[in-house]
Write a protein that binds this ligand. Structure first.
Ligand code: NAD
Length: 417
């Protein structure tokens, strides 16, 4: 992956946007010092007995970045690249994301460095239980609430809830993104994608860009990417290419997303979708289109490929898909970037609804979830938009300015400094 080649710290990249916001806001030095580093980092060994009888030792992390605005909140990632630097970067992003959309959480992230596709269901169950047991003392309904991320899903959350419950007593609100049967929220699975689609449509309309027939390319066809692909065509967008870790498929006339989902279910991948041209993940990013949606891994758009990207809008459904150097290229070329902290915030917004429902022991219907999701995420977009229009700054800069100001204010009122 590009991040390996560049050897630049992911956390330092995220901090560069924070530093810009801190300068812009003329933030007090002591506050800057507090907000620029994680509050707590826990690294644990996760020994797992494999089905073949041998024990393999994995490494797991939970980074609690900042809780000035409320309990720590953030996903758990199972991926080979989920090292401490990546988890720290993602924990920082979560802090700014919850602040930007103004929900009462701080920011955290967790991960286990593993390839979940190489493990059986039983092995994943054991790994999740051991990881949860090893970090449970820093979790809590009012302390730190995990959720799914790359390589984890509602099943993983069910195992986490159960493992936590065995130690602390039944606590559905300890994780979000659970299966509906165990207290999950309607609309949570689709939420990151749905939120991204709400924001894309509004941001394009704000700039008087045509939505009807706009061609969209999506990298990643998992929980986030596949929902974006599903929700766009009814609005008039045309999804022309998608990919997963094995490769991509392209049809300039447009892909039939429902058929593609059926193919993926059967074949385990989008590759070899009948009638579409095969493309690599690198080629896919540079295809002619109006909207490019990175919805897979970090730092796939760099200084190297950014000049060749043809999209007019980049919707960052993944976290941290563009490096700061790529961002500069986009700004110079007048490409609109809808930043991760805004674009994919729908996930944590509906996680917040799930937590609220669990605490109230009351269930909302899906319509209510989607209406409130739209109200919150479009509210955040409007706040960002007002700053972009008034101060001639980018959407990423505006988002960070709003977020950092809110976290700094909470830290100040609490008396952190
Ligand atoms: P997922 O595991 O469900 O899907 C990931 C997709 O990316 C899969 O299609 C996979 O095949 C593909 N992929 C993996 N490695 C790749 C590579 N090197 N090149 C191209 N494709 C690759 O994960 P997800 O939950 O959809 O997460 C995707 C992104 O969205 C991540 O950045 C995640 O942090 C972010 N996100 C997820 C949520 C959530 O609730 N799931 C919420 C907000 C943001």
């Amino acid at each position: 992956m590009s991040n390996m080649a560049e050897k630049v710290s992911a956390f330092e990249e995220v901090c560069s946007v924070f530093d810009w916001a801190a300068d812009h806001l003329e933030l007090d030095d002591s506050l800057r010092e507090i907000l620029r580093r994680p509050w707590r980092e826990l690294t644990v060994s996760v020994p797992v007995r494999l089905d073949n009888g041998k024990v393999q030792n994995f490494t797991g992390y939970r980074v609690q970045y900042n809780a000035a605005r409320g309990p720590y909140k953030g996903g758990i990632r199972y991926h080979l690249d989920a090292d401490i630097d990546e988890v720290r970067a993602l924990a920082s992003l979560m802090t700014w994301k919850t602040a930007l959309v103004d929900i009462p959480f701080g920011g955290a992230k967790g991960g286990v460095q593993c390839n979940p596709r190489a493990l059986t269901t039983n092995e994943l169950n054991r790994l999740t239980r051991r990881f949860t047991a090893n970090i449970h003392h820093i979790l809590g309904v009012n302390r730190d609430i995990p959720a799914p991320d790359m390589g984890t899903d509602s099943q993983t959350m069910a195992w986490m809830m159960d493992a936590f419950g065995q130690i602390e007593g039944h606590s559905p609100a300890i994780v979000t993104g659970k299966p509906i049967e165990l207290g999950g929220s309607y609309g949570r699975t689709a939420a990151p994608g749905r939120g991204a689609v709400f924001v894309l449509e509004e941001a394009m309309k704000h700039r008087e860009m045509a939505v009807q027939g706009a061609q969209v390319v999506i990298q990643g066809f998992g929980q986030v990417g596949s929902w974006i692909a599903r929700l766009l065509p009814p609005l008039g967008f045309n999804v022309v290419a998608v990919s997963d870790v094995r490769g991509g498929v392209y049809d300039p006339k447009g892909l039939d997303v429902e058929q593609l989902l059926a193919h993926q279910k059967e074949a385990g991948s989008v590759v070899r979708f009948p009638g579409a041209e095969p493309v690599t993940n690198q080629e896919l990013l540079e295809l002619p289109c109006d909207v490019l949606v990175p919805a897979a891994v970090e730092r796939v758009i760099t200084q190297e490929n950014a000049p060749r990207i043809k999209a007019r809008v980049v919707l960052e459904a993944a976290n941290h898909p563009s490096t700061p150097a790529a961002d500069d290229v986009f700004n110079d070329r007048g490409i609109l970037v809808i930043p991760d902290v805004l674009a994919n915030a729908g996930g944590v917004i509906v996680s917040y609804f799930e937590w609220v429902q669990n605490i109230q022991q009351y269930r909302w219907d899906e319509e209510r979830v989607n209406v409130e999701l739209k109200r919150i995420i479009i509210g955040a977009l409007d706040t960002v938009q007002a700053r972009v229009d008034g101060q001639s700054i980018t959407m990423r800069q505006a988002s960070m300015a709003v977020a950092v100001q809110r976290v700094a204010r909470a830290a100040e009122i609490r008396g952190f400094v």
